[in-house]
Write a protein that binds this ligand. Sequence first.
Ligand code: ATP
Length: 140
Amino acid sequence: MKREFAVIGLGRFGGSICRELSEEGMEVLAIDTQEEKVNEFKEIASHAVIADAQDEKVLKELGIRNIDHVIVAIGDNIQASILTTLMLKELGIKKITVKAQNDYHEKVLNKIGADQVVHPERDMGRRIAHSIISNNILDH
Ligand code: ATP
């Protein structure tokens, strides 16, 4: 069965998640405030809409309640990221993944009930460091 996802914020991180999920055959609703970003994903995602995710009415109209897993990939605007996460939580979304900008942002996201908080740059840095170490061990 196809699973339904929504990706809010189509920057490098959100855009890449949206692309991969779509390529894997998942139903993806792509949301961004910028028309050009949305146009870029019109042919990739199942639906792509220009919307401000901080607006609860807009989220309801988009039928976000029926979506299994929402990824909040809003970048620099920490306030928008927190508010959006809070509203998704209040709307009863089962799984919410959020990109954090810093440790304080992460703390707040955990407090308001985000299911998964990611720091793409930090997490990838750690992964690469471990892979460098294991490659070095194999080389010796
Ligand atoms: P990265 O490249 O590391 O993923 P980024 O620089 O792409 O980060 P931003 O450009 O700051 O991150 O934000 C990601 C996207 O989120 C942008 O395309 C922006 O338009 C979108 N965005 C910001 N606020 C909102 C909002 N309230 N509702 C929907 N989309 C938003």
